[in-house]
Design a protein around this ligand. Structure first.
Ligand SMILES: [Zn+2]
Length: 567
């Protein structure tokens, strides 16, 4: 775009504090940027229903085809999970001939409908009446988006960022509205890039970083020297910039030869507190290769989660790897550390209990208060017994504090005591979780660094971890909450991402049969992967650890003809 070739970019993130100038304006724009995002979602959803309405009117068969295909999709998915559930309880893997015939019939019907849909769609889009109608819908949506941008009250870097984040919304599932929880960001775009030196020089009208003394990064110097301020342009007053000045700690220097493409000022709500950060998106000609990376060799890494109790050290195995030099190893999280996650769940359980008790006490009192209740309280608590949200109940306590009334002493005191304690528990819980995740990231980064110094290429299976987390299989649904916690603790997606970031080269292989195929003879075995870590191949009799078998298969598949990606 614009004749610039895209250079590889990285993000440097720094902790910040609340802006010292124009903080209210920053708050307003963060909120309005969120509103603008939801407005664009609304426009897109309207556009889709207009398109549907037009098609319904001009080519009604298209919609009935789509509805019929969706009905068959659901039938097939239901039947499949029904078979899975039945097999899981009987510990078998079979399908009756009737079930198979039924599935086949539906699949064949669906295929025919899809072919027809494809043909009819091509016809419809060639039909000038439909083309004109759809072009009109698109033009209206575009005009509405432009008006929404003009009315958004958000400065241009930020609205560009909002629009970018929604750039794929016209295809796939309809975009969703998001609730505003206080988290959001402002963006400053530096078109063409701004060199780090120029940002420090203080002459640019979009971004200024106040310099830190060169000795700030010498060992033994106080860390306070790394504290400085960045100026971000968040608006214009005539031709003059409107700045917000944000205190930050430049805990690592910005590379001199980099150019800054974007700056984000982010506010995150953590429990009831705001955490601020500033991110710089940097690009440079020479790229971002880490020093000390190996020049050759490959390692296959099998990601997953498995509780290991083999007498070595009880723990959660999250990765098993094997290199093409024959070395193997694993990463195991010790159980006492895994329990950190349990702690956050325990805190949640305590909060849930206290919340339910507080709701029930308050609801009982509201039913028979012995005094006159103000209208706002009656209205806002009408559905109290169905509430699930602590924030909603806390909001009542906060409003009540400013609007006390005759005879409310005991009830108010009880609710306020609940709120204070819950706030404390919430912050405790959020901090526990944050620390646990930081601990895990540290271990994962270490593994990635160690392996990348030894091997040039990392080989991974193309498992979609988000998909697994979203749709637990029938078998998984039956396991206890513990197993789901282990998946959350292990977070294999996070480890995969760190490996991809760190290695010079990543090769992704098809995840099918990675576990079941015997690395020794190549035959596919049928067994319950969850039950035992060791398995014996039915074809050649070799006995192996399933995870190391998978790692070997990944490594082998990677040396064949497969897709290759470089970051
Ligand atoms: Zn075998």
């Amino acid at each position: 775009m614009f004749g610039n070739k895209a250079l590889p970019s990285v993000i440097y993130k720094y902790g910040a504090r609340r802006p010292v100038t124009n903080a209210d304006e920053v708050d307003r724009q963060v909120r309005d940027a969120h509103r603008y995002r939801n407005k664009l979602v609304e426009i897109e959803r309207d556009r889709r229903s207009c398109v549907n309405a037009k098609l319904m009117q001009l080519a009604p068969r298209l919609l009935s085809l789509e509805t019929e295909i969706e009905r068959l999709d659901n039938l097939i998915a239901e039947k499949r999970s029904e078979i899975k559930r039945a097999n899981a309880t009987r510990r078998r893997r079979d399908v009756t001939p009737e079930q198979r015939a039924e599935l086949r019939q539906w699949q064949a019907d669906r295929k025919a409908l899809r072919t027809e849909l494809k043909e009819r769609k091509a016809d419809a889009f060639a039909d000038p009446r439909i083309r004109t109608a759809l072009a009109k819908v698109d033009a209206e949506a575009l005009a509405a988006s432009k008006a929404a941008r003009a009315a958004s009250g958000v400065y241009w870097g930020t609205y560009c960022q909002v629009e970018q984040s929604l750039s794929g919304m016209r295809s796939g599932a309809p975009p969703r509205f998001l609730r505003f929880d206080g988290t959001g960001k402002l963006a400053v775009q530096l078109q063409g890039g701004l060199s780090v030196a120029k940002a420090f020089a203080g002459e640019d009208r979009r971004l200024i970083i106040e310099p830190v003394p060169p000795k700030a990064y010498l060992p033994g110097e106080p860390k306070a020297l790394q504290r400085t301020r960045v100026w971000l342009r968040i608006g214009s007053d005539g031709r003059e910039p409107i700045w917000t000045i944000v205190p930050i700690t430049l805990h690592r220097p910005l590379p001199d030869d980099a150019s800054i493409k974007w700056v984000y000022l982010t506010r995150r709500r953590v429990a009831t507190k705001d955490r601020w950060s500033v991110c710089f998106v940097l690009a440079r000609e020479s790229g971002w290769q880490k020093p000390g990376l190996a020049r050759n060799g490959s390692v296959g890494v099998n990601l997953g989660w498995r509780v290991m109790d083999d007498g070595v050290e009880r723990g959660l195995r999250v990765a098993r790897w094997v290199g093409d030099d024959g070395t193997e190893g694993e990463l195991r999280l010790p159980m006492p550390d895994v329990e950190r996650w349990k702690k956050t769940e325990d805190l949640q359980a305590i909060r849930d209990q206290r919340f339910n008790a507080a709701v029930s006490l308050l609801a009982d009192w509201l039913a028979d208060p012995g005094c006159l209740l103000p209208d706002w309280l009656v209205e806002r608590t009408a559905t109290l017994r169905q509430w699930r949200s602590a924030a909603r109940l806390a909001a009542i306590a906060i409003q009540w504090r400013g609007e006390r009334f005759e005879g409310d002493d005991t009830a108010f005191a009880t609710l306020e005591a609940w709120r204070k304690k819950d706030k404390h528990l919430y912050e405790w819980q959020a901090n526990q979780l944050r620390k646990a995740i930081a601990w895990r990231e540290d271990l994962y980064r270490n593994l990635a660094a160690t392996l990348s110094r030894r091997y040039h290429t990392v080989c991974l299976a193309n498992t979609d971890w988000r998909d697994l987390a979203r749709r637990p299989t029938a078998e998984q649904a039956e396991t206890d909450a513990g197993a789901r916690r282990y998946q959350r603790v292990a977070s294999p997606g996070a480890l995969g991402r760190l490996l991809r970031e760190r290695f010079a080269e990543t090769v992704t292989v098809d995840s099918r049969h990675i576990t079941q195929r015997c690395h020794a003879c190549g035959e596919v075995n049928q067994f319950d992967a969850a039950a035992h870590v060791r398995a014996t191949c039915r074809h050649c009799g070799a006995e192996w650890d399933q995870d190391i078998n998978a790692a070997r298969n990944i490594l082998r598949a990677a040396s064949g003809p497969v897709a290759c990606e470089t970051p």
